[in-house]
Design a protein around this ligand. Structure first.
Ligand SMILES: Cc1ncc(C[n+]2csc(CCOP(=O)(O)OP(=O)(O)O)c2C)c(N)n1
Ligand SMILES: [Mg+2]
Length: 512
């Protein structure tokens, strides 16, 4: 056995059975070991941003980490934006990065760079085994974190007999009962408390407990603006999401004396600083009270709190209700209605629809229950890779990706992985031929006298063709074009009945 084999065996014995990779020379011993390791599925992506995004999608749905393998610092750099989204989603990943042989590095070969520094910028624990004997004890995952192992090539190819004991992913830590009792006492004392749910609290158990608390105490409940994984639809409690823009979020939290946090950090307005607007939507004199931090078991804490403050109270759930099927040219209201009207049972929706998707939550609120994965770190190019990872984690569930045309182009090569792995993904490209959200953002930012950017070539995509149907077909993904609700409904129905990937290019108006 060599270091590379010890590493791959340890991963599988620790329950990590999927590896997303884009390898190079320094990873070839690891590739050989991955191929030789029973129980490990290895998936090639053609760009490292697809590798990291797929591992995020896999982890969000499987609830356990995938491993990634990329080529030195440049591979890590290419993967970085989607690792950032994964970090913001608290998705556990074991990130393996090949490096030059230890004795080769001092010559500063062209691919040499400070890999550890880039990994640490992800809040990652970084470990570099210097002997093959160390490898398998370094491969542990951490809950909600990206764990990086930098593998020097000579450590991969050196012999070892050492296999560490398997390291199954550790569960989230349990909230002490005293904290929950303290909060239960506070909930009954007439304070104007608001409950904010994020992370694991957005799964069924947490949502049901939050609803019981809301029914029994009158506390308003919101979910974070972009939950990593929200269980949504008929039969589940549904709560409004904290608004994207400061004026929306400020209005939602107005008058709160306490903001109770379950699975989420103190809220910040989702995006950016705007002149004259606050960065936090929380009233200045309100107290932040943490029921469960993101690395704690928020669902269990909510269930315990519900048992104290809402005994015998039932959760209020959304009734089954699909939107009526619209007709005519696609609008920002109608395309989500087509989706809501046709959404299959047990779907996974990956949402990178940006400015075109404002009506998605309402149109799907009473549709059959589904998981909604959203853009946690707002680094574009997440959707196509995330869908790949989600589909690999749940091969029997239909995955529907809602993707802006600009966002899709960052990681368009993921379509090749959709086709090669024969994944059940239907990609709907919202083609508004612009970076529509940046048009809208400029309207929030610009002051009197500042130029219009509405038609700027730097935030619009006209001037050269972007044919998503052709791009998809060239990579083996069947595709179709829709201008109307009728066409979108027809193509979506077909895509959902045929196995394998599909892409629908849906032409929509820009938001402004
Ligand atoms: C990695 C990265 N680069 C750039 C941006 C800035 N950005 C935010 S939204 C956006 C455009 C998104 O375009 P599209 O997917 O077409 O959605 P639309 O705005 O048209 O709704 C850009 C470039 C970003 N958030 N992340
Ligand atoms: Mg667009």
């Amino acid at each position: 056995m060599d270091g590379a084999n010890a590493l791959m065996c340890t991963l599988v014995e620790s329950g990590i059975t999927t590896l997303f990779t884009n390898p190079g020379t320094t990873e070839l011993h690891l590739v050989e070991a991955a191929e030789a390791t029973p129980g490990l599925r290895s998936v090639l992506a053609l760009f490292e941003g697809v590798v990291s995004g797929a591992a995020d999608g896999y982890g969000r749905i499987a609830g356990r980490p995938a491993a990634t393998l990329v080529h030195l610092g440049p591979g890590q750099g290419n993967a970085w934006a989607n690792f950032h989204n994964a970090r913001r989603a608290h998705t556990p990943i074991v990130s393996l990065i090949g490096d030059h042989a230890t004795y080769h590095k001092r010559f500063d070969p062209p691919l040499e760079s400070d890999i550890a520094a880039v990994a640490r910028a992800l809040g990652s624990a970084v470990r570099t085994p210097l002997m093959a004997e160390q490898v398998s004890s370094y491969a542990a995952s951490a809950p909600g974190r990206i764990s990086t192992v930098i593998m020097p090539a000579d450590v991969s190819w050196s012999p070892t007999e050492t296999m560490a004991t398997p390291m199954p992913p550790s569960p989230a830590s349990i909230v002490p009962s005293e904290r929950i009792e303290r909060i239960a006492a506070m909930a009954g004392r007439g304070a104007h408390t608001v409950l904010l749910l994020g992370g694991a609290a957005c799964r069924e158990e947490g949502l049901r407990a939050a609803s019981r608390i809301a029914v029994a105490t009158g506390i308003p409940v919101f979910t974070e603006t972009s939950p990593a994984r929200l269980e949504h639809g008929a039969g589940l409690p549904g709560f409004p999401r904290l608004g994207f823009y400061p004026e929306q979020a400020v209005a939602q939290l107005k008058g709160a004396s306490h903001v109770l946090l379950a699975g989420v950090h103190e809220p910040v307005v989702m995006g950016f600083a705007y002149l004259g607007q606050p960065s936090s939507p929380v009233p200045a004199d309100a107290a932040m009270v943490t029921l469960a931090a993101p690395d704690e078991d928020a669902a269990r804490a909510l269930t315990e709190l519900a048992a104290m403050v809402a005994p015998g109270t039932a959760a209020k759930v959304a009734a089954a209700a699909r939107p009526a099927m619209p007709s005519g040219p696609l609008t920002l209201q109608s395309w989500p209605q087509v989706l809501g009207a046709l959404l299959p049972e047990d779907a996974i929706i990956v949402d990178e629809s940006i400015s075109s998707g404002m009506a998605v939550p309402a149109a799907t609120a009473g549709a059959p229950r589904h998981d909604l994965l959203s853009l946690t770190g707002t680094a574009m190019g997440m959707g196509l890779p995330l869908a790949a990872g989600a589909a690999i984690a749940a091969p029997d569930r239909p995955v529907i990706l809602l993707d802006g045309d600009g966002s899709a182009m960052y990681t368009i090569s993921a379509l090749w992985t959709h086709a090669r792995e024969h994944l059940n993904i239907t990609t709907i490209i919202l083609k508004n031929s612009s970076y529509g959200i940046l048009r809208e953002e400029w309207e929030h930012l610009r002051e009197p006298g500042q130029n219009e950017l509405h038609d700027s070539p730097l935030i619009n995509l006209g001037g050269a063709p972007l044919d998503f149907t052709g791009l998809a077909q060239s990579m083996g993904v069947p595709s179709a074009h829709a201008d109307t609700s009728e066409e979108l409904a027809e193509h979506l129905t077909r895509a959902l009945t045929e196995p394998g990937p599909h892409l629908i290019e849906a032409v929509v108006p820009a938001i402004i």
